[in-house]
Design a protein around this ligand. Structure first.
Ligand SMILES: [Zn+2]
Length: 353
């Protein structure tokens, strides 16, 4: 994520739901023979809603039955792997941490993922079951996400690409940062569920990409825990191939560049930002053309840059535009002056005709 995110009031409930799902796998790891009586007594009072779901949904019974066909020793390994993996935030600074689920045989992992994904769809997408007397659907989750992260005086934006849209709430999706198919333990884990825009989440953006591919937790910006905005700045630079906008580390931590590279690998955000920057920089160029002198253009630029900075402090969707104006005032000032000269010269020629 680029933005630092806050969890909302559902955070604790999601954590409990994660623990409840784990207790299903705990039972499967302990009891060689699956019986409904043992199963529901093991789940206890917390499992009342789940029992109702179990009775009404043949599909759920099938998915549990398929897992129960695996050898109990393997089911025990599955539970231990899942239990370890849900604690990943506690290990976010350890290079050696590896998710245990990815070391399991693919058949049992696929069965576990089929079960947790099914529960996610029933509870979160179809919203047909109340967990402990409360609807826990994705619409409520998203509403809470926007409420805590973007107060009423701020515009909702996608925490990855910073694009704002009046319709972002409809255009938003819950991303499983660590994908459901590979990390069944993290399906309800609150730190694993940022709300991002459709473009960033779907196939052209993140899709099913695994953040852990060829890397480790220390080299990732982790939703809700480690954000790009805290460790980087946006830099615009010029070379023979044109202007580029990129994130650069602000401190000396060698990990940050890796985090930036992984962020871009996962969401392809720099392509999207550079398209925006090209457009904003061209607009800066037009200021030069609308003024009668270089001094006048510089004054206009100074006022606009100041306004943009003030707006960007509240509205993150203005951040890239503001950075473009800063660039024209600072490092790119000679480019701006050249543009001014060019436009003024064009105007002089027009007058002489
Ligand atoms: Zn986005």
């Amino acid at each position: 994520m680029y933005l630092k995110l806050k969890g909302g009031k559902y955070e604790e409930k999601m954590r409990k739901l994660t623990q409840f799902v784990l207790s299903i796998f705990d039972y499967l790891g302990q009891y060689p023979q699956f019986t409904e009586k043992d199963f529901f007594s093991f789940l206890g009072m917390d499992g009342a809603w789940f029992e109702m779901c179990y009775r009404r949904r043949p599909k759920l019974r099938t998915l549990l039955g398929e897992l129960a066909q695996e050898p109990v020793s393997l089911r025990k390994r599955l539970f231990e792997a899942m239990e370890k993996d849900v604690s990943y935030i506690a290990h976010m600074d350890e290079e050696a941490f590896r998710f245990a689920e990815s070391t399991l045989p693919s058949v049992i992992l696929a069965k576990a993922a089929a079960l947790t994904t099914y529960l996610y769809d029933e509870i979160f997408v179809k919203a047909e079951f109340q967990v402990e007397g409360e609807q826990m659907n994705r619409i409520r989750f998203k509403r809470e996400f926007y409420r805590v992260n973007f107060p009423p005086d701020q515009r909702d934006v996608c925490p990855v690409c910073l694009q704002a849209s009046g319709r972002l709430r409809e255009n938003s999706q819950i991303d499983h940062f660590f994908p459901k198919a590979k990390y069944p333990a993290l399906v309800f884990q609150p730190e694993n569920l940022p709300v991002i825009c459709k473009e960033c989440n779907e196939a052209d953006g993140k899709g099913q990409k695994d953040p852990m591919q060829d890397t480790d937790l220390t080299e990732l910006f982790l939703p809700y825990r480690r954000a790009a905005e805290e460790e980087t700045r946006m830099r615009i630079w010029l070379d023979g191939n044109g202007r580029h906008l990129q994130l650069v580390p602000t401190g000396g931590d060698g990990k940050v560049q890796k985090r930036i590279d992984n962020f871009d690998r996962l969401y392809q955000v720099s392509a999207c930002w550079n398209r925006q920057a090209d457009q904003y920089l061209a607009e800066c160029g037009r200021i030069a053309g609308n003024c009668g002198s270089t001094a006048e253009a510089e004054e206009e630029l100074r006022i606009l840059a100041k306004n943009k900075r003030r707006m960007a402090a509240r509205d993150k969707s203005q951040l890239i535009e503001s950075r473009c104006y800063d660039y024209m005032e600072g490092e790119g000032h000679s480019v701006f002056l050249d543009e001014c000269e060019k436009r003024l010269e064009e105007q002089r020629k027009l007058r002489q005709m």
